[in-house]
Design a protein around this ligand. Structure first.
Ligand code: GLY
Ligand code: MN
Ligand code: MN
Length: 534
């Protein structure tokens, strides 16, 4: 009896020390495996796609920023640790009698490091939990004998230059990238923009004039790319014959730094059902955050405090992070589109622009509401607010399969231009800067998620977020100064229409004022006075 009890207790103890209690609604290993399969199907013959985990970024001294996995890498693996490489092959590879078409080089277990910095899955854990059959310790990548020369294409994503070397570690991301560059013979002067421009020059589907236009528009982002002698020569070609001659001068290489981001955009633009479950949850949580703040908002609150209430709601529902730094701007601060200081001590009579998104299991919302700190809109605030609301509604109506990606933006802009002129804020037909951004982008693992920006497809989620921002000192009547309004919702495009996933959060003036009149649980959350001793 006693022995049985001891065994039972030991069993319980073992369970508690080994089993890690985690939420059970993460994407499954099968989801990530299927996504790798989908990418493999897009790969050209005899190619390999190489993806790296995000770098660890230093905050100060010996403290790093919270680690965030690269969303492409997470999408394809579910792996959340740094210093790792994923290779996906178009065809099976053979090594020591094993056949595989994907391999992950992952961090090995290390009890001492794990005691300080957190658990690792290790090679065995990645095999068991993430469904990879071929996993190796990242320290062995250096000796990995695969020849990259044999591939017609080696696809990768351009390297960012913010990776630090840890001199005590020869398998950190810095070293893994160096090792890959050596193995794949990537020259030190490699330029991804030039690589992409070469591909355009060699593209058999466009005439030389279309190619020149495309090169020219790309060069605006990287004027130095035109210094390349072949590209410069191509920009001077006047006929097909000359174009053919220059095409032959493009150096031949199997390095391709442009196709992989485009394949990933194609995959990530449309969401699978499992992704929509998480995205809906992130968005719902963010909408509840807006509702709770509407109830709790008081003029003596600070921007920081308002931010804290939203983020508390996120955490209360188990959202791990914010998908981007929270934006809470009172009055004129709302005119800074990505205002993240959030440090105004008292909101007073401000209209408060609140753009926040909970990140739930990797997927982020992007929801904005603009509300008066007093609970009642002034006449001027109401006028501007209602223009933005009307513009947003016009944008929603354009969210239809097959419509151009720019359709919601054009519809919203038409309304804003017309109404601003009617209220004398601009002259009829005058160009202005009161609506300086577009209405839409995709949302998903990234707040600005990648996609093709081609006509709308079903199962994509986009924002519709018109705004009017009238900074102090603007060339219009003073009564409009310091009014900034953005209303942002996350819209799912369906086969036969659209669905507002953030519609739970009130949008109309009346609905917002009614919600703000409701009591808040935080009314009774009174903290002690700290005394502010001098
Ligand atoms: N929160 C950033 C954006 O609305 O795009
Ligand atoms: Mn936003
Ligand atoms: Mn947005």
């Amino acid at each position: 009896m006693r022995i049985t009890l001891i065994i039972l207790l030991l069993g319980l103890f073992a369970f508690h020390t080994h089993a890690q209690e985690l939420p059970d609604d993460f994407l499954t290993a099968d989801f990530h495996k299927e996504r790798r399969k989908a990418l493999r199907q897009l790969l050209p013959k005899n190619s390999v796609a190489v993806l790296f985990a995000s770098p660890v970024r230093n905050r100060a001294n010996d403290v790093d920023f919270l680690y965030h996995q690269d969303p492409h890498f997470y999408y394809l693996t579910g792996y959340k640790e740094p210093h790792s490489i994923l290779l996906i092959f178009s065809e099976d590879q053979k090594e020591d009698g094993q056949t595989y078409n994907e391999i992950l080089f992952a961090q090995a277990r290390d009890p001492r490091t794990e005691m300080w910095n957190g658990r690792r899955l290790g090679v065995k854990g990645v095999k068991e939990k993430l469904g990879f059959s071929m996993v190796k310790d990242h320290k062995t990548f250096k000796e990995y004998s695969l020849s990259f020369k044999k591939f017609d294409k080696v696809l990768f994503i351009d390297f960012l230059n913010d990776i630090r070397d840890n001199p005590r570690d020869d398998a950190d991301l810095y070293d893994l990238k160096q090792q890959f560059k050596n193995k794949a013979s990537i020259p030190s002067e490699f330029n991804a923009m030039t690589n992409r421009m070469y591909a355009i020059i060699q593209d058999g589907t466009q005439d030389f004039q279309a190619k020149k236009r495309q090169l020219y528009s790309m060069s605006r982002f990287n004027p130095g790319a035109l210094d390349d002698p072949v590209i410069r020569e191509f920009m001077g070609v006047q006929d097909n014959e000359m174009a053919m001659k220059v095409m032959k001068k493009v150096p031949s290489t199997n390095l391709d730094a442009h196709s992989l981001p485009s394949f990933m955009g194609q995959l990530r633009e449309t969401k699978l059902e499992e992704e929509l479950v998480l995205l809906r949850k992130a968005i719902d949580i963010s909408a509840v955050g807006q509702i709770e703040v509407m109830k709790a908002m008081r003029p003596n609150m600070s921007e920081t405090e308002v931010q804290g209430i939203h983020e508390f709601v996120f955490k209360k529902y188990g959202a791990e992070y914010e998908g981007y730094p929270s934006i809470v701007g009172g009055g004129n601060n709302g005119c800074i589109l990505h205002y993240i200081d959030n440090n105004k001590p008292r909101l007073g009579e401000d209209l408060v622009l609140m753009d926040l998104g909970a990140e739930y299991h990797g997927y982020t919302a992007d929801v904005t509401r603009t509300i008066p700190a007093t609970g009642k809109f002034t006449e001027e605030q109401k006028i501007i607010y209602n223009i933005v609301l009307e513009a947003q509604q016009a944008g929603f109506e354009e969210c239809k399969v097959g419509n151009n990606f720019s359709a919601p933006n054009q519809a919203a802009k038409r309304i804003i231009d017309k109404r601003l002129a009617e209220y004398g804020i601009i002259k009829e037909g005058e160009r202005h800067n009161y609506f300086p951004h577009g209405t839409s982008h995709y949302v998903g693992l990234d707040v600005h998620d990648p996609g093709t920006y081609q006509p709308f497809q079903a199962n994509t989620v986009i924002t519709v977020e018109p705004g009017i921002y009238i900074p102090d000192g603007s060339p219009c009547d003073k009564k409009w100064w310091g009014i900034a309004v953005r209303i942002e919702d996350d819209i799912l495009i369906t086969e036969d229409g659209w669905e507002n996933l953030s519609g739970r959060a009130p949008r109309s003036v009346e609905a917002i004022e009614a919600m703000m009149a409701q009591p808040s649980a935080l009314d009774d959350f009174i903290l002690p006075d700290l005394g502010n001793k001098k």
